[in-house]
Design a protein around this ligand. Structure first.
Ligand code: NAD
Length: 512
C-alpha cells in the first residue's frame, strides 16, 4: 500500500529545467535531484542535475554575451534593473510561493527575504554612480591620470538552500549591473525561485545569455571552479564546501568570495531590557526554523540573572509559538528543509543531552496536525551549555538555542573571539560604554547593539570574519562592486606646446 502511494506521487512530479540563453532548457544529463515540500515531508518536484558539458555550454553562451553587454552604457544597464525591480514587486506572491513551497518558511518570511534581495536590485539601479572613476588632472605638464573600474567577464554564483531568493540577488544584480555576464547555480533543494528570477530578468529587457541559471550538484560546481572562462566566483553555503570552493577556485586563478557557516552569539548584560531581549531571541533563534546564517544560536548570559529571566520569559512564548505549513496564514515557524536535516538536528539535541547540558525545552517529536509527515522540529532550549560541547562548537542550523553562562563581560568577549566562526553577533545592554567597547573589541564581521540580526542594508556590504568568509571581499554594496570589477588606471599626455625632450630617470608625478 505504501509502495503504491509512492508510485502515484512520482507520477505527479513536476520536472524543472535550466534557464540558458533566455530559454527554459530541459536537462540532458538524465540525472535528477529530489525537491521536497518540507511541510508535507514528500518529494514534489525533480530538478535536472547538469552535466559538465551542459555547464560548459552555458559558460560559452555567457562568454559570447559579454562583449556587447560590457559595452552597453551603465545607465542603460541600470534601466533593466529598474524594470526588474518593478517585476519583482508585481510577482511577489508567485516568488514567495516558490520559496515557501520548497523551503518551508512562512509566506511573510519569504516575502521579507525577497524584499531584502529587492533592496540589492535597488542598489544596482544606481550603478552609474558607483562606477564613477577617479581623475587627477595635470599630474605633470600635459599629463592626466584617471582610474576606472571595468567588468571582469563571466562570473558565477553558487547559492545555499536557506535564502533561495535573497542570496542569488546578493550576487547577479550587482555583477550584471557592473557589465558582467553570469551563470547562477542555485541550491538543488529549492531552485524554482532562481528560475523565475531568470525569466523576470529577460522580461525586464536583459539580453539573452547575460544571466543563465544552471541547476546541478558537485559536477556543475566543479566545472564552474575549473573552467578558465569563469573569472570570478561568489559562493554562499557551509564552511566545509566554501573552503573547498575558495581553494579550488583560487588555484584556477579566479577571484573568489566564499561566505560560509556561522554560530552567532547574543550577549545579554544584566542591565538589558529583558522583554526586548526575549522578543529578540524568539525571532532570531526560531525565525525560519533557525535556518539562517545570522540566526542567534547562543545566548551568553553575563552572570546568572539574565539567563534565569530570559528562560522565564521565553517558555510561555514558546508555548504560544504556532508551528505549521506556509499554507496556514497563522503559522509562525515552518519545518526544516528535509527529513535529513530534521534527523541531523534531532541528533544534535541527543548529543547535547549526552554531553551534560540541561534540556529546558525539547523540540523532538513535534507533530503538526494535518502535516504529520512534515519535517518539523520544535523550538529547543539548552541551558548550562559549556564551550567544549558540540551544541556550542558546531553550526546546527535548526531551532536549537544554547544558553552559556559567563562569569563576566570579559569572559563573554573572550569566548566569542575564540569561536571559529565570525559572522554575526549582538549585545543587549543599556550601557553605552559597554556597547562601544564590545563593537570595538569583538572579532566578528557584523555587530548588533540591541539588534539581534544585524544584516547590513544593501548599500553597505554583508560579510563575516574568520571561518565565516574566505576571500577579501564581503558581498553586495560597495564591496560587491569592487569584487565584480577590476581597476584600470590610465595616464595620458597630450602635446601642450612645451617639449622637454626624452626623460631617462623615473620621476615622481607621472612623468616617466
Ligand atoms: P551547502 O554548502 O550544502 O550548499 C551550498 C551550495 O554548494 C549548493 O549550491 C550546493 O549544491 C553546493 N555544494 C554542496 N556540496 C558540494 C560539493 N561537495 N562540492 C561542490 N559544491 C557543493 O549549504 P546549504 O546547506 O545549502 O546552506 C546552509 C549553509 O549556508 C549554512 O552553513 C549557512 O550558515 C550557510 N549560509 C551562509 C551565509 C553567509 O552569508 N555567511 C548565508 C546563507 C547561508
Amino acid at each position: 500500500m505504501k509502495q503504491e502511494s509512492i508510485e502515484i506521487e512520482k507520477l505527479h512530479y513536476e520536472k524543472l529545467h535550466h534557464f540558458v540563453n533566455g530559454q527554459k532548457t530541459p536537462g540532458q544529463s538524465g540525472r535528477f535531484g529530489d525537491i521536497y515540500n518540507p511541510a508535507l515531508g514528500v518529494v514534489v518536484k525533480q530538478v535536472p542535475l547538469a552535466s559538465s558539458a551542459e555547464v560548459r555550454q552555458a559558460i560559452g553562451i555567457a562568454q559570447d554575451a559579454f562583449p556587447e553587454w560590457a559595452a552597453t552604457p551603465a545607465g542603460r544597464r541600470a534601466q533593466v534593473m529598474f524594470s526588474f525591480r518593478d517585476l519583482i514587486k508585481s510577482h511577489m506572491d508567485e516568488l514567495a510561493e516558490a520559496v515557501s513551497c520548497e523551503h518551508g518558511k512562512t509566506l511573510d518570511d519569504a516575502k521579507g527575504s525577497i524584499t531584502r534581495g529587492l533592496e540589492v536590485v535597488e542598489f544596482a539601479c544606481g550603478i552609474s554612480q558607483m562606477l564613477k572613476g577617479e581623475h587627477s588632472g595635470s599630474v605633470a605638464r600635459g599629463v592626466d591620470c584617471w582610474s576606472v573600474r571595468q567588468p571582469l567577464g563571466v562570473c558565477a554564483g553558487i547559492t545555499p538552500f536557506n535564502f533561495p531568493a535573497m542570496v542569488p540577488m546578493w550576487m547577479f544584480p550587482v555583477a550584471i549591473a557592473c557589465g558582467n555576464t553570469f551563470v547562477l547555480k542555485p541550491s538543488e533543494r529549492d531552485p524554482s525561485c532562481s528560475l523565475l528570477l531568470g525569466e523576470l530578468m529577460k522580461q525586464a529587457g536583459l539580453p539573452d545569455g547575460v544571466l543563465n541559471v544552471m541547476n546541478g550538484d558537485k559536477e556543475a560546481v566543479d566545472t564552474l571552479l575549473t573552467d578558465g572562462r569563469v573569472q570570478a566566483l561568489s559562493f554562499v553555503g557551509s564552511t566545509a564546501i566554501g573552503e573547498y570552493i575558495y581553494h579550488t577556485g583560487s588555484a584556477h586563478n579566479k577571484r573568489v568570495q566564499a561566505l560560509c557557516g556561522a554560530k552567532n552569539h547574543m550577549v545579554v548584560m544584566p542591565d538589558a531590557d529583558m522583554d526586548q531581549a526575549a522578543d529578540a531571541v524568539m525571532g532570531a533563534a526560531y525565525g525560519s526554523a533557525g535556518e539562517r546564517c545570522m540566526a542567534i544560536s547562543v545566548v551568553v548570559s553575563v552572570g546568572d540573572a539574565p539567563a534565569d529571566a530570559l528562560i522565564e520569559k521565553l517558555l510561555p512564548k514558546l508555548d504560544a509559538l504556532k508551528m505549521g505549513p506556509y499554507t496556514h496564514a497563522d503559522s509562525e515557524m515552518g519545518p526544516v528543509i528535509n527529513p535529513q536535516a530534521k534527523a541531523r538536528i534531532e541528533g544534535y539535541i541527543e548529543k547535547g543531552l549526552e554531553e551534560g547540558a540541561t534540556l529546558v525545552r525539547d523540540g523532538r517529536g513535534t507533530v503538526v496536525v494535518g502535516s504529520e509527515k512534515g519535517c518539523f522540529v520544535g523550538a529547543t532550549i539548552f541551558d548550562h551549555v559549556k564551550t567544549n560541547m558540540s551544541i556550542y562548537t558546531d553550526e546546527i542550523f535548526g531551532p536549537v538555542l544554547s544558553i552559556v553562562r559567563a562569569d563576566s563581560y570579559d569572559q563573554a568577549v573572550k569566548m566569542i573571539n575564540q569561536h571559529e566562526y565570525g559572522n554575526g553577533v549582538a549585545i543587549f545592554t543599556r550601557d553605552g560604554d559597554a556597547a562601544r567597547d564590545f563593537a570595538n573589541r569583538i572579532q566578528i564581521g557584523m555587530v548588533g547593539i540591541n539588534v539581534p540580526i544585524p544584516v547590513p542594508m544593501a548599500f553597505h556590504s554583508f560579510g563575516g570574519w574568520k571561518r565565516s568568509l574566505f576571500g577579501d571581499h564581503a558581498i553586495h554594496g560597495p564591496e560587491g562592486v569592487r569584487f565584480y570589477t577590476r581597476l584600470k588606471t590610465i595616464t595620458s599626455r597630450w602635446p601642450s606646446g612645451i617639449r622637454s625632450g626624452a626623460v631617462f630617470n623615473f620621476k615622481a608625478g607621472g612623468e616617466h
